[in-house]
Design a protein around this ligand. Structure first.
Ligand code: SAM
Length: 241
């Protein structure tokens, strides 16, 4: 699509998916530039399996947009395992008030996210190449919210993410439609880590050809995470809480 057709198409699709309040022509233009940058960079460096322009809109941009309304004005947000910048890059475009830190253990993905943020003028996002278990040593309970998509099952993800969240803040886990099974498995551990389920949002996203089901689990931090968590990664994975 050329720039103008893209802007009309994406604004219309956000509106049809009840996300129209998040977008305007300037933001749509930034998403167009991000899409092109992702596709171009992906030809040289493997960043994402999703490369079709309309799939990128639905499965990366609209999906990332579903967490936008979870966060209060000017909150600090950590995206754990951001990969090529999802949800954090669309979040930084759609919510310029947020202060976003994106982390991933893979250097080439972080190089891409920082380059995209610079080219798109997103001064509200910085990306760091690190593992969650390492960053937590310096950044424990420093963020208003922590979010993550497609990184680990909820019982593992919770131990990686919840220690970063301030008491009163949120852990927002983006899940597919199989989230309930993961939630049941993780519930006890999530309480041990200091969180309670605040709400679960089930939604579908659709374009002309595809419908995807999503579940967003939003947990409120009600108590400090005990200092023995997170354990080292092999323990987290071998014996989830
Ligand atoms: N969130 C992105 C998305 O939805 O497109 C990327 C998902 S990708 C399947 C999972 C990413 O999590 C990988 O890029 C991997 O390097 C990163 N990752 C896994 N465990 C991690 C950890 N403990 N700390 C930081 N990054 C991690």
């Amino acid at each position: 699509m050329d720039r103008n057709s893209y802007i009309i198409y994406i604004i219309d699709l956000f509106e049809k998916n009840n996300l129209g309040h998040l977008i305007d022509a300037d933001k749509a233009e930034k998403l167009y530039d991000l899409s092109n940058l992702l596709v171009e960079t992906n030809k040289m460096t493997n960043l994402t399996a999703i490369t079709d322009e309309k799939d990128i809109i639905l499965k990366h941009f609209l999906d990332s947009a579903t967490v936008c309304d979870s966060f209060l004005y000017e909150w600090s947000i950590l995206d754990v395992g951001c990969g090529a910048g999802f949800p954090s890059l669309p979040l930084a475009i759609l919510r310029p008030d947020l202060k976003i830190t994106s982390i991933d253990s893979t250097g080439k993905k972080i190089t891409f996210v920082n380059r995209a943020a610079e080219l798109l003028g997103l001064s509200n996002l910085k990306a760091i190449c690190t593992r969650a278990e390492d960053l937590v040593k310096s950044d424990r309970e420093k963020f208003d919210a922590c979010t993550s998509r497609a990184v680990a099952r909820l019982n593992v993800l919770a131990e990686l993410c919840i220690p970063f969240v301030k008491v009163g803040g949120l852990f927002v886990a983006m899940k597919s439609d199989k989230g309930l099974e993961e939630y049941n498995e993780a519930e006890k551990g999530i309480i041990t880590l200091g969180c309670n389920l605040r709400n679960k949002n089930e939604l579908t996203l659709a374009d002309e050809t595809t419908v995807i089901a999503r579940e967003i689990y939003c947990f409120e931090k009600v108590a400090h995470t005990p200092m023995q968590y997170p354990r080292n990664y092999s323990q987290i994975v071998k014996k989830p809480l």
